[in-house]
Design a protein around this ligand. Structure first.
Ligand code: ATP
Length: 439
């Protein structure tokens, strides 16, 4: 028997596939472990999260500089930072079935969970994907797919300082892909081999690090709440010395209560002057008239984990009220996204799709102006109204707008609220402001 948490994950994974959010990578060839492909609605949700992040941490500030660095970098970058030597997880292999496990994630360190064979000694397994750049086969052509976006910012520290002359404290921000050859990718999009990060490197005077560490902790929490992550499920954990990444002097993990356990959502690290020093970079502090190496506070967000936490926070079920036009006792599933984050803000339907006068009105007087205003507007005339509501509920569309026969005479439409199922009659000329007011 599956427990409620396993059921919840299954429901979310299946909804994501059915409704075009997230698909297994390379599925028609049997799948590629640790990769997922984003469909139209998942992509819209993910883009909204990224935009909200960029707006808060870059566009609304004066001290932040964006970067979009190449994923491939010279191998010297990763040698200098210690990733080539140290970016590894402990791995054990079963002597019988050869299955590999992350040694720190299994309870039984002796017996294989797959075949009960004997597990070998733990070895360090480097998680960087190695590749070659150019046609040459010698070792100078070795490169790596970046395992974090952070270094793309550090290697552009000098360019940024030279181009913009920022004063301390200031930050660099980047959203982009990162790759880790995880030993056991699992839990849907939680642990993947290809994923996205949103990271900030914030450069401060050494004596100020604690102040900015606390400041970004609050900013991170504020953003989580803003996008709609259930804050009752978010917990702070100060990472003990032995578990911290090799470059960090203090790390706080924000953990989330996923259905598969309390696990890391985002991290906040004090990276000291480790990275700038290893790249032999420095800064001229004009105020003090001296050369110095700034220290770094790094708020690090996983885009995919943010989306997963939001899906879990937003997923709800209830019994239909009847009011909303649904029939039967099957619970309806819906995603309670905020309008600002929802992949679709509103869906427009003519009551009957074989009545040209309704279709014409819905199309030209309702759908077209809403689409021009909000972009994320869906046309839905498939099946009966009850089915359309069910579909839009699963996509998380906050408002369903129906054009009926009365509309033709009173220029008003029915707007149905996703969460309550309540319906309101709204003048077509007031629709845009009605929806804007709900943001
Ligand atoms: P974990 O301990 O879960 O492996 P980590 O501490 O190694 O994660 P960081 O190096 O701090 O992760 O990476 C920053 C953020 O990137 C994480 O907080 C997480 O949101 C995201 N992230 C890291 N690894 C993965 C992955 N394999 N799949 C999806 N997101 C990831």
């Amino acid at each position: 028997m599956k427990n409620d948490n396993e059921n919840l994950m299954e429901k979310i994974v299946s909804l994501c596939k059915r409704r075009g959010f997230i698909f297994p990578g390379s599925e028609i060839y049997g799948g590629l472990a640790g990769t997922w492909d984003w469909g139209h609605f998942g992509l819209a949700l993910k883009n909204n999260m990224k935009q909200s992040w960029w707006k808060k941490f870059v566009d609304s500030r004066r001290d932040m500089y964006g970067v979009d660095a190449a994923i491939l970098m010279r191998q010297e970058v990763w040698q200098a930072t210690g990733h080539v030597a140290n970016f590894a997880d402990p791995m054990v292999e079963c002597e019988k079935c050869k299955k590999r496990f992350r040694a720190d994630q299994i309870e039984d360190k002796i017996k294989c969970a797959n075949c009960e064979g004997k597990l070998g000694e733990a070895k360090q397994f480097n998680m960087m994907f190695q590749t070659r750049v150019g046609a040459s086969e010698d070792s100078s052509s070795i490169s790596y797919l970046r395992p974090e976006t952070a270094q793309g910012m550090f290697v552009n520290f000098k360019n940024t300082v030279d181009a913009f002359h920022p004063k301390l404290p200031f930050g660099m921000a980047q959203i982009g892909k990162a790759f880790r050859n995880e030993i056991t990718p699992r839990d849907f999009i939680f642990r993947q081999r290809e994923f996205e990060q949103m990271e900030i490197e914030y450069f401060v005077r050494p004596e100020d690090w604690e102040k900015y560490f606390e400041y970004f902790k609050d900013e991170m929490l504020e953003w989580m709440e803003e996008v709609g992550i259930d804050m009752a499920g978010v917990h702070e954990l100060e990472v003990p010395d032995e578990d911290r990444a090799f470059y960090s002097k203090k790390t706080v993990d924000f953990e989330f209560d996923y259905p598969f356990g309390r696990k890391e959502l985002f991290g906040l690290a004090y990276r000291t002057d480790y990275d700038l020093s290893t790249h032999k970079l420095e800064y001229i502090d004009e105020e003090k008239g001296e050369k110095m190496v700034p220290h770094v506070i790094e708020p690090s967000f996983g885009v995919d984990r943010a989306v997963l936490a939001l899906l879990i926070s937003a997923y709800a079920e209830d019994l239909p009220t009847g009011q909303a036009g649904e029939k039967g006792d099957e619970p309806r599933a819906f995603l309670k996204f905020k309008p600002s984050i929802a992949p679709v803000i509103c869906a427009v339907s003519p009551l009957l799709k074989n009545k040209p006068e309704l279709v014409e009105y819905a199309n030209t007087k309702v759908f077209a102006p809403l689409k021009a205003e909000f972009g994320r507007v869906a046309w839905d005339d498939n099946g009966n109204i009850g089915k359309r509501y069910r579909r839009q509920d699963e996509i998380g569309t906050p408002f369903c707008i129906v054009v009926d026969f009365d509309t033709l005479t009173d220029d008003a439409v029915t707007v149905r609220d996703r969460d309550t199922g309540e319906q309101e009659r709204v003048k077509v000329s007031d629709l845009i402001s009605y929806i804007k007011n709900k943001f």
